[in-house]
Design a protein. Structure first.
Length: 138
């Protein structure tokens, strides 16, 4: 899936999309003015984690819990609880961190919640070893 400024804006700034379409404001200029992005992880009622990017954590958490989009991952898993967030001033760095976190195991995410960097390193080494073992058996 390729990311465009339009898709990022739609995900991070849903309140601006209609105004942009009506006023034909440059999406890039709007994004350049806003330098507050957050990568966040919420825990759903069923124990699953959802990772996303937003420009307003409080608003996004409220949106998840209100269930605005019936097709959303969290819609049937409400309420959700914020477990982690990290601020970025560069949307590209935020997106990269979100992608990385989405690839992490549950145990690694839980170590992140505790800020247990030794455990994160240990789990990273274990997953690297497992990947090497898997490739050798092919």
């Amino acid at each position: 899936m390729e990311l465009s400024p339009e898709s990022v804006l739609r995900d991070c700034h849903p309140e601006l999309v209609e105004g942009l379409l009506n006023n034909r404001i440059s999406i890039i200029s709007v994004m350049a003015r806003d330098h507050n992005y957050f990568v966040y992880i919420v825990e759903c009622i069923d124990g699953l984690y959802y990772t996303g990017v937003t420009n307003n954590v409080d608003r996004r958490l409220q949106e998840h819990n209100e269930g605005i989009d019936s097709k959303a991952f969290t819609f049937k898993r409400r309420p959700v609880t914020l477990r982690y967030y990290q601020h970025f001033s560069d949307i590209n760095q935020a997106i990269e961190w979100e992608k990385q976190l989405k690839g992490w195991s549950r145990k690694k995410k839980e170590a992140l919640f505790k800020e247990d960097w030794d455990e994160i390193k240990r789990l990273a080494k274990n997953s690297l070893r497992q990947a090497q073992t898997d490739s050798e058996s092919i």
